[in-house]
Design a protein around this ligand. Structure first.
Ligand code: AMP
Length: 581
């Protein structure tokens, strides 16, 4: 298959903002592909060669890419660079220059998908001496046989800028449309949620149909999308929703870790599916040593503890373990414990379909005693009064609240889902605020007065899952200390964009735009209707969206959350509803 056929589909999906249309365009392509090619094309459509959780090593520097464009197009490196800066993206520069009149394509051979993948694999694998030159030539080799659109996407893929607008949900829609019934969509999504491998799901569906999809199970080494909790405004409502009885666990304030333990070793994944094994080498080795069986996948919260008395410390402390260097010292200086709360696989058996009490029972017998591996504190609760006592105890023991967990027969582990099988309740709910919000930074305003020469305020957005856009919800200028103000350029500037990113929905125009990437935790007095912000625009009132009143940064940069994990517009709407009760 020619790469141009795929590039033109990427182009078409980029040009439409209608999810339905995007689905139809992708599905028309998917249907025509062999299962194996389909797998690669699905990865490529997300700018990758592998599933998300693989360390992607394609990243070529802009400079190298500009060199390849210059070599292929005949324009000088200076000319190419100027155009790239003007357009804000080497991909667009390549599109405008490749296939132009200066290019001489004497010996050209067709650019097939197979050839593109082969070259990208070689680029990825280039290491050591002369590797930069080799990468540049491999790209130039493909650009030589590219038309403008193919060139645009090649350059975007190798620089990590691939965004054709089709998110995972649209790809799942397209797969269901191509190879199954609409009603099969939830099962296809389940297969994705338990493996995080869209290419594998596509290949499995195209070759084995729905029967094969139903057989997809959790797999050691493939992170599983985490199960998430709903929230309710009071403990009595939680007990009502749980029909009078549930398990309550302490809600620890640390970093969620999913541990894949096998005889070969241990891999620890964050809730964003990043490999965090190097951040918690002590936890990884304790888990391996203490596991009674051969292999398991377990989840827990890593919390910093005081070295002397073992008391839990605030969230910020554990983030010291995110450093790149000096991990040996960090392990000594910032001891952590993991509080285990779930088990998803044990000795080859997928446990996600078992009810919570059975999983908890298996988990509680899975490990030998160990200093830094602890079971999350749990108690069966049968009344609102008991719940209140448990909650008070949780706070006095240094936790941020409780997690109520259903004990019903249907209380399975629902990967990637937020539902009422788990309900969280935090101390913030006791005050005026409904909850903290994890919001994406999409813009910045230059400061004035004392903040002159720095960013003074940020434009914050919430993720709209339906529209796959980031809708603004507040301008945030409170809660920044001097250290944070100084660190902002380092934190944000790498995500600067030339104009408003396509997936941002905003009426406000900041001085600088950012790709939604950095997540900050924000509190607020309340939610109110606002003509300026676009979150839930038109839902509660025509020409108004929802906005945070008196937003304040809590000091937490949520490195552990991906932008799509920011508090969603649906959750914000729910909180607005709760506030009005
Ligand atoms: P939130 O980030 O506020 O949506 O709360 C959900 C997070 O609480 C989970 O992703 C875990 O990181 C954390 N957590 C702490 N303790 C528990 C527990 N006992 N069970 C489940 N999640 C927990």
């Amino acid at each position: 298959m020619l790469y141009s056929d795929i590039a033109s589909v990427f182009d078409k999906t980029e040009r439409t903002s209608s999810r339905l249309e995007m689905t139809a365009i992708l599905s028309d392509l998917f249907r025509t592909l062999e299962p194996r090619t389909l797998r690669s094309v699905v990865y490529l459509s997300q700018g990758k060669l592998h599933p998300d959780f693989f360390p992607q090593k394609l990243g070529m520097s802009d400079k190298l890419v500009l060199k390849a464009i210059s070599l292929t197009s005949g324009f000088s490196e200076n000319e190419v660079e100027k155009l790239s800066i003007k357009e804000g993206d080497p991909g667009t520069a390549a599109e405008l220059l490749i296939g132009g009149k200066k290019q001489t394509a004497l010996f050209s051979e067709p650019l097939t998908v197979e050839r593109v993948i082969k070259n990208l694999v070689l680029i990825e694998g280039s290491e050591g001496k002369d590797s930069q030159e080799r990468k540049m030539k491999l790209l130039a080799n493909m650009l030589h046989d590219s038309g403008p659109i193919e060139a645009r996407y090649l350059c975007r893929i190798v620089t990590g800028r691939m965004r054709v607008g089709a998110g995972s949900m649209t790809i799942l829609d397209a797969l269901a449309l191509s190879f199954a019934e609409k009603s099969d969509r939830p099962e296809i999504e389940r297969a994705f949620n338990v493996t995080c491998d869209m290419g594998m799901v596509a290949e499995t569906l195209a070759s084995g149909g729905m029967d094969a999809i139903r057989n997809v199970r959790v797999k050691l080494g493939n992170p599983i999308k985490v199960m998430l909790a709903e929230r309710l405004p009071s403990l009595s409502e939680i007990m009502e929703r749980m029909e009078g009885t549930c398990a309550m666990e302490y809600k620890y304030d640390g970093i969620r870790v999913q541990a894949h333990i096998s005889e070969e070793g241990v891999r620890l994944y964050s809730r964003r599916l990043e490999d965090m094994t190097n951040n918690f080498p002590d936890i990884a080795s304790s888990l391996k040593n203490a596991l009674k069986g051969k292999e398991a996948i377990v989840e827990g919260e890593c919390v910093s503890v005081n070295a002397k008395d073992g008391r839990m410390l605030p969230f910020q402390e554990v983030t010291h373990r995110r450093r790149k260097h000096g991990m040996e010292d960090a392990v000594k200086d910032y001891p952590v414990k993991i509080f285990l709360f779930d088990i998803l696989q044990t000795d080859g058996e997928d446990t996600t379909d078992l009810p919570y009490p059975e999983r908890r029972d298996i988990l509680s017998h899975a490990f030998n005693d160990s200093d830094n591996i602890v079971m999350s504190h749990m108690q069966t609760v049968n009344s609102a009064a008991e719940a209140e006592t448990f909650f008070t105890k949780a706070l006095s023991d240094g936790c941020e609240g409780i997690m109520a967990k259903s004990v019903a027969g249907a209380s399975v582990y629902r990967a990637g889902n937020r539902g009422f099988l788990w309900i969280k309740y935090k101390k913030d709910y006791h005050s005026d605020m409904t909850d903290t919000f994890d919001l994406a930074v999409v813009g910045a305003f230059y400061g004035m007065g004392k903040r002159k020469g720095r960013y003074g305020a940020l434009l914050m957005a919430s993720y709209d899952r339906e529209m796959q856009t980031y809708a603004t919800i507040c301008k945030l200028g409170t809660g920044f200390d001097d250290a944070f103000l100084d660190s902002m350029p380092d934190l944000l500037d790498k995500y600067k964009t030339a104009g408003k990113p396509e997936n941002v929905d905003s009426k406000m125009i900041p001085d600088v735009w950012f790709d939604p990437s950095v997540i900050l935790e924000v509190t607020a007095a309340e939610l109110s209707l606002s003509p300026i912000h676009t979150a839930a625009a038109g839902v509660f009132k025509e020409d108004a969206g929802l906005a945070l009143r008196f937003p304040r940064f809590t000091g937490k940069v949520r490195n552990d959350k991906a932008p799509e994990d920011s508090t969603s517009v649906a959750e914000v709407m729910e909180m607005y509803g709760m506030q009005k009760i």
